[in-house]
Design a protein around this ligand. Sequence first.
Ligand SMILES: Cc1cc2nc3c(=O)[nH]c(=O)nc-3n(C[C@H](O)[C@H](O)[C@H](O)COP(=O)(O)OP(=O)(O)OC[C@H]3O[C@@H](n4cnc5c(N)ncnc54)[C@H](O)[C@@H]3O)c2cc1C
Length: 428
Amino acid sequence: MPEPRDRTRPAMQRFSFLSLIGHALRGHAGWQQQWRTPEPRPAYDAVIIGGGGHGLGTAYHLAHDHGMRNIAVLERGWIGGGNTGRNTTIIRSNYLFDESAALYDHALQMWERLSRTLDYNVMFSPRGVMMLAHTHHDVQVLRRHVHANRANGIDNEWLTPEAAQAFCPPLNIAPTLRYPVLGAALQRRGGVARHDAVAWGYARAADALGVDILQNCEVTAIRRDADGAVSAVETTRGTIRTGRVGIVAAGHSSVVAAMAGLRLPLESFPLQALVSEPVKPVLPCVVMSNTVHAYISQSDKGELVIGAGTDAYVSYSQRGGLHVTTETLAAICELFPTFRRLRMLRNWGGIVDTTPDRSPIIARTPVPGLYINCGWGTGGFKATPGSAHVFAWTMAKDAPHPINAAFTLERFRDGALIDEAAAAAVAH
Ligand SMILES: Cc1cc2nc3c(=O)[nH]c(=O)nc-3n(C[C@H](O)[C@H](O)[C@H](O)COP(=O)(O)OP(=O)(O)OC[C@H]3O[C@@H](n4cnc5c(N)ncnc54)[C@H](O)[C@@H]3O)c2cc1C
């Protein structure tokens, strides 16, 4: 039974056309703060480490679905400042294996109504995600995806090069290309969303349900009691007692888990993205090529948003090698000759934590009271709503939701891998 709303806290202001007019007439002086800036309490029923989309979403679902109110999200920097605010926002659910397809399509279905759920425009734009095949092997792999997805009730269709170009006119399908386009798999329900808005929308909705969002609050240690269970976290803003901790720290998952004596099967790599100067609408969909390691879409501001591959070595530096972006841009220029004259505006990097099978871990851990949501590698943004929903379930019930039951830590010991590794390649 959910606890009643704290009446000392104002109800979340609803956004609507009428409220916009009302506030405009009052000089926009009456807008509420989106979320509070509270001081840490000495104890919480649950603590989430990491204020990205997954962490904030988990806190929202713990409060909304499971009636918990005494929750804190601890973020060492600012919310959305990690990979949530650094990614290229590609959303799709056309993964190969049944377990992945169920997880990512659960998320995609939630994306389709997320703006309404949160009363916050996350600018989800299902403009279609097209994945290019450049070799005979690519054709076989992507057609296998199409068949597997359709057997799972997930939309995915095979396009000839001409149909691919009709869907995306700037695409070069000349047979003389070094990596010619031999066809494409298209998921029409896939697309992009506004990354910051996802973090802000979840933060606002979670705060309205009583969740404390503590920014500039880095977790430095995880304390365990005599039985080995989690008992507290040490932070740069003091000690916080709690018996339930969820680690949702993306590129720093291993570092944080090690604070509780837990070793994770993860490697962390830099991954880069860059944007061009803004231009008028020119690219109507998302295009990905795993073979030439490039993917591209156009933001609502007009910038071409381009993603590269990961660096070849592990690192915690939030910047990658120049040669990686150079190769990506060469591939983009070959696929889209009209983009050759564009100048690049800025680039940045994030740290992605990757598992050996390139599928996430969303699970309990051997440490009582400690839960982990990590290993999303280069492709976790698309899963944000679904991941948050099932992870909150796992934390609240101390048992997995049927959708994340296979995404355990133990699969790396037992061999029950969900091997999207070769299937997914750069996988965004
Ligand atoms: C360049 C790039 C492009 C990408 N493109 C795509 C894409 O197109 N589609 C897609 O689906 N995915 C993509 N991804 C992956 C995606 O961004 C991530 O999988 C996803 O955003 C992870 O979300 P999160 O909430 O788990 O992590 P984050 O948003 O990184 O949140 C984790 C938070 O934990 C905090 N933290 C870490 N350590 C501590 C500590 N000790 N104490 C407190 N807080 C701590 C960090 O500051 C961070 O804010 C991309 C990633 C990158 C870097």
